[in-house]
Design a protein around this ligand. Structure first.
Ligand code: ADP
Ligand code: MG
Length: 327
């Protein structure tokens, strides 16, 4: 197969952590052609989506004594070639959030990829439909009590009723802008003003789940099926469990409740072309559905001695063979 990855600048990727690199590596190991581009290099010309694609060859990244051994340099890239994306078998849209206007426009360009020829993972329509924070809200019995508003009074009343709550910007990632809000905190008004840009932008406020100290579990779903999970446990004085904020990763399996959440999500994910997704679950409650560039594969592979990238490539090959058509 020929695969294209839309990613942030290659120099910013962390081969021992980033799922995009794990997927590229799996693709290369299985004999597929691997190309990449940045979102800014997408174009529509003659009614077709094009990209300035560069070929990439990865050095092997072995796992030794529980650590990924990343050689330097870890990849070699070739000259850019302007190519129609319809020549690819699949395009992985893996640009990191924020879902800015530029990001949204990139998804509109990806709408011009011919679904009869090329699978876009995740589907551009699905990427637009599924705000990573808000998408979870429709699964009412799976989520903790949550409000979305830019109204200070409403937020205040919610925090006072709950005692403790977590405020989340709707477009953030990796713990950015996540705040622990406590009733009676004299900074509360100010925190809300900063987070809502003086009442201009809605935020999510969620009841604080005390089980968060035991971890925030990342579950990877492929075409609606859970294929692996890893727990992220806050360390030190930090309340956030994100790996980017120092969360410690630990091996983890799925509980019956988590299996049930995955089954509940599966039809909606499939319907929206959300093939590769990472959900976050705290104490059996769904808190986030990551669809843009979910990560976790490197950690799951290392802790479970699996190769989830291979699973994804096998799924793609089968999808290709049976003429899988999106949405
Ligand atoms: N309802 C909650 N109760 C307690 N802690 C939470 C809650 N929601 C999120 N957190 C903590 O904040 C971190 C980031 O939250 P999340 O919603 O996953 O946003 P993101 O990962 O996109 O920054 C989580 O890893 C978790 O540690
Ligand atoms: Mg998260």
């Amino acid at each position: 197969m020929k695969l294209a990855f839309i990613v942030d600048p290659i120099s910013r990727l962390d081969p021992g952590h980033d799922t995009s690199v794990a997927l590229m590596e799996a693709a290369q190991n299985q004999g597929h052609e691997v190309w990449f581009a940045q979102a800014q290099d997408l174009q529509v010309v003659d009614g077709k989506a094009w990209a300035l694609l560069q070929p990439i060859t990865l050095e092997p990244i072995p796992l030794l004594d529980g650590h990924w051994q990343v050689p330097q340099p870890w990849c070699a890239v070739g000259e850019p070639v302007r190519s129609p994306l319809n020549q690819m078998d699949a395009v992985f849209m893996r640009k990191d959030p924020p879902v800015s206007t530029a990001y949204l426009y990139a998804t509109y360009i990806l709408d011009f990829v011919d679904p009869q020829k090329t699978l876009v993972v995740n589907h551009p329509q699905g990427l637009r439909a599924a705000n990573e924070k808000m998408f979870a809200l429709q699964f009412t019995d799976a989520i903790p009590e949550t409000i979305v508003t830019q109204n200070k009074q409403t937020i205040r009343e919610f925090v006072e009723a709950k005692g403790l709550a977590v405020l989340k910007p709707l477009g953030g990632k990796a713990g950015e802008g996540i705040l622990l809000m406590e009733a009676g905190d004299r900074n509360l008004n100010s925190l809300v003003e900063i987070s809502t840009f003086q009442g201009q932008l809605p935020v999510m406020v969620q009841e604080y789940l005390p089980q968060a100290t035991e971890g925030d579990k990342r579950i990877i779903l492929l075409d609606g099926e859970p294929i692996g999970a890893v727990n992220r446990i806050p360390t030190g004085k930090e309340f956030r469990g994100n790996m980017a904020t120092g969360g410690r990763v630990a091996q983890s399996d799925l509980t019956a409740r988590e299996q049930q959440i995955c089954s509940q999500l599966a039809p909606t994910l499939r319907k929206n072309g959300l093939i590769f997704v990472g959900i976050d679950v705290i104490g059996g409650y769904l808190t986030e559905i990551n669809v843009t560039s979910p990560t976790g594969i490197r950690e799951i592979d290392r802790l479970d001695d699996v190769r989830l990238g291979d699973r994804v490539m096998e799924w793609l090959e089968n999808a290709n063979k049976r003429g899988y058509r999106q949405i």
